[in-house]
Design a protein around this ligand. Structure first.
Ligand code: M6R
Length: 616
């Protein structure tokens, strides 16, 4: 979950590393640090601080860093050891012969630490990471070069890891390794310089030519050379690719927060995604990266969608699409549960994973389980080249651009659009949809960017409705049918941003327990679209009102009955029922945003969270 950046080349490394850390801060913000390797022979200079990058900047101001053309940096989400200066990365061994940054958990660290201590190693931190530095130090002392030392140290580790190291013994060299699914290592190819990072965000200001390390791969970079190897010592041939991502999408632009910018970018992100997957005239789907998964669309008997958090909620919407449009049995599963359940599946089941980052450990492990079972796989992903796209047989790309707010917004709506396109393609190849219906669905989806854009013109008016939640402790979000995932996502956005306890519930569950919570101090947000279950939600609202509960209803424009029934309402435009999730989530994103703002919360960096979850 931590962010990693490394640079070697002709420019000064320190400003590049610090800017990179600011670009990566969404990965973790407990502590941060850098290590610089001045010219040959001198020791690495390490600066690290508990807290956000601003604290590190302050610390560096006090003790200016030396000039150096090689360095590594890290922003941490604590796993072993509290956030402190000592536990911040980078870490060294006993001396300064090697410096490392790390993402992952050394599962056998207690045994390794005891073993290393027994050989005289003294530890400066409580972290599991420091054991890796001491292992590397021993291998360097034994005569290995840095790449070989990394390979030998990795062989001693259990768990998943992304590790980056430098050593004054090899000036101008940085070595990286990836084992398992603790996060990516992306290699950035510059002119006379090379970079490594956990994510694209820190590389895009410098280059769009990148390569992703595969599982159990190592890389050694210098200013003008890159070598890849397998952990087994074999040479590896890795071809970089040029991305079309725009570095400008990494900026906040005129907005105070990334999240507000990303909410406002949804019309463009949707238009780009839809435009990348279909044409309206003539109505034609162009899911060009389905690869080896394509023939399976016709053969499979069921679909299983997996994801985590917001992406799981998008998957829940996708289940509706596969059932309603393709008439194919569809289930969803939380990837972290699925992977441990010994699920029963095989080639008859198409597994569709949803992940904006393509690096979420639970999703990747679920995909490994699916692969071992022989199930064909498609991933819906916003990060080209990421691990889910490498494991899956085919990919449906979303084109939302970089998402930097920890709370996902534009990648939620674009994932839904991609799932809609995949369900249409599945229906088409299975002969379950007429040309006219296909054309209608394509037109309906293509109209959504403009509709969402019109909704966002009322951002401030929607935000005003959040005033009632400024002092509340609890909120219930209710939905049915395709609105249930939106209720769950609305509650997730509210709790992660504003720290208000929010529960998303299937409205039909109310009388089975949750209605006991309702009194005049327990507000409900009820999602009441035009879908077939609208009348049931009307009953729920009546029952809540009869118990003095306060209801904020999200209703279709012109639904005067519901507007009169609820205490307050937010309207969404009338759209086809299957596409209501795309319209209904917009006011809930804005409500959560405005509630968090009113409560003085850090919107882009909510407490305890990191954007990409790469450790269990
Ligand atoms: O990168 P992924 O889509 O796989 O991430 C999964 C979840 O961690 C993520 O959706 C998370 O729930 C959201 N950022 C919350 O807003």
């Amino acid at each position: 979950m931590c962010g990693i950046i490394a640079y070697t080349g002709s420019r000064q490394a320190a400003p590049i590393l610090l800017a990179g850390l600011r670009d990566l801060e969404y990965r973790g913000y407990d502590s941060a640090g850098v290590a610089l390797l001045p010219e040959a022979g001198s020791e690495p200079a390490v600066a690290k601080r508990r807290g956000k990058i601003a604290e590190l900047d302050g610390a560096i101001g006090e003790h200016a860093l030396p000039a150096a053309h090689t360095g590594i940096g890290h922003t941490r989400w604590a796993t072993h050891g509290s956030p402190s200066d000592a536990n911040a990365h980078p870490h060294t061994g006993c001396g300064s012969d090697v410096v490392i940054v790390h993402n992952g958990i050394v599962e056998n660290y207690a045994a390794l630490r005891a073993e290393l201590a027994g050989r005289g190693h003294a530890f400066d931190s409580e972290t599991d990471t420091e054991t890796i530095a001491h292992l590397l130090e021993e291998r360097l002392d034994a005569g290995s070069d840095l790449l070989a030392a990394m390979r030998e140290a990795c062989a001693r580790l259990t768990g998943s890891h992304a590790i980056v190291a430098l050593s004054p013994r090899e000036p101008g060299i940085v070595v990286g390794a990836r084992i398992g699914n603790a996060g990516g290592v992306v290699v950035g190819y510059g002119k006379g310089e090379m970079l490594l990072s956990s994510d694209l965000a820190a590389l895009l200001p410098h280059t769009r030519e990148v390569a992703f390390l595969a599982d159990r791969q190592l890389v050694r970079i210098s200013g003008d050379r890159v070598d890849y190897a397998g952990l087994d010592g074999s040479a590896a041939d890795v071809v970089p690719r040029t991305l079309s991502l725009d570095p400008a999408s990494a900026d906040k632009g005129a907005y105070d927060t990334y999240m507000r910018k990303e909410i406002m970018e949804q019309p463009a992100a949707l238009a780009d995604t839809i435009g990348g997957l279909m044409t309206v005239e003539p109505p034609r789907l162009s899911l060009d990266d389905l690869g080896e998964a394509r023939p399976w669309l016709e053969r499979v008997e069921r679909v299983l969608l997996v994801g985590m958090g917001t992406s799981l909620h998008a998957a829940m919407v996708g289940r509706w699409y596969f059932e309603q449009i393709a008439r194919l049995p569809a289930d969803i599963d939380n990837a972290s549960e699925f992977r441990y359940r010994e699920p029963v599946l095989g080639p008859e089941t198409l597994v569709v994973s949803v992940s904006q980052s393509g690096e979420t450990v639970d999703v990747l492990e679920a995909m490994n389980v699916a692969r071992a079972s022989g199930a064909p796989q498609i991933t819906i992903c916003n990060t080209p080249g990421s691990q889910t796209t490498r494991v899956a047989d085919g990919t449906v790309h979303t084109y939302a651009g970089l998402e930097r707010g920890v709370a996902s917004t534009k990648t939620f709506t674009t994932s839904i659009a991609a799932l809609f396109a995949l369900a249409l393609e599945t229906a088409r190849v299975r002969g379950r949809i007429s040309e006219d219906d296909l054309a209608r669905h394509v037109r309906d989806l293509a109209a959504m960017p403009e509709i969402v854009g019109r909704q966002l013109e009322s951002f401030d008016a929607i935000a005003a409705a959040a005033e009632r939640f400024r002092t509340t402790d609890h909120i219930l979000f209710l939905g049915r049918g395709p609105a249930l995932p939106i209720a769950l996502e609305g509650a997730l956005k509210m709790k992660e941003l504003s720290y208000v306890h929010a529960e998303g519930y299937a409205a039909g569950e109310m009388k089975h327990g949750p209605i006991a919570l309702i009194d005049s101090g327990f507000p409900t947000v009820a999602l009441a679209g035009q879908h077939a279950l609208r009348s049931k939600i009307v009953s729920n609202i009546e029952q809540i009102r009869a118990r003095d509960g306060e209801v904020l209803a999200v209703v279709t424009e012109g639904d005067d009955e519901l507007i009169a029934l609820a205490n307050e309402s937010l309207t969404v435009p009338s759209v086809p029922a299957l596409l209501e999730p795309l319209a209904a989530i917009v006011p809930l994103q804005v409500l959560a945003y405005a509630t968090a703002e009113a409560r003085g919360c850090n919107i882009d960096q909510p407490r305890n969270l990191a954007k990409t979850v790469t450790v269990e």
